[in-house]
Ligand binder design. Structure first.
Ligand SMILES: [Zn+2]
Ligand SMILES: [Zn+2]
Length: 156
């Protein structure tokens, strides 16, 4: 997957499908307790796309929660199988976050960095060459990390 490529994905039952353009924002893993709870999993695999490039085919249901960052985040899910597909953070509404595990090519995804590793489940061993953050980087550093540019990408 490279910048400009089309991202395809959808829910588990097929009622909701989406497509987006890869904006060069790489997938990352969030290990916060909220993500563990909301996914019913060990971490959330997130990827930001431009709102203008995200086309959702099918109705979704939504719910708004307070994220670990303090921002209000609205989750959109399939009303039938309840797969969470994407979220919209009130602080950056132009950059919705798809749950990258819903991408059709999900098995090929490698997270570019890891946030909230303070809350990481102990059995997960992270690769040494990938940036990790006890909580989360500042917004500007986050964007640079996701794009794979800037000095923040070289720090752990
Ligand atoms: Zn579904
Ligand atoms: Zn999280």
């Amino acid at each position: 997957m490279a910048q400009g490529d089309t991202i395809l994905g959808g829910c588990g039952c097929g009622a909701v499908r989406y497509r987006a353009i890869d904006a060069g924002m790489r997938p990352y893993a969030c290990h916060c307790i909220g993500c563990q709870t909301r996914q019913g999993a060990s971490f959330a695999l997130n990827q930001q796309v431009a709102a203008a490039d995200l086309v959702v085919d099918g109705e979704t249901i939504s719910g708004t929660v307070l994220a670990a960052s303090g921002a209000r985040v609205t989750h959109h899910a399939c009303p039938f199988c309840l797969t969470r597909l994407y979220t919209v953070n009130e602080r950056r509404p132009d950059w919705p976050t798809i749950r990258a595990g819903t991408r059709d090519d999900s098995p090929e995804i490698v997270p570019a960095f890891h946030v909230w590793v303070r809350d990481k489940q102990p059995w997960i061993v992270l690769p040494q060459d990938v940036p990790t953050f006890e909580t989360q980087p500042e917004e500007y550093a986050w964007a640079a990390l996701a794009r794979g540019e800037g000095p923040a990408a070289a720090t752990r």
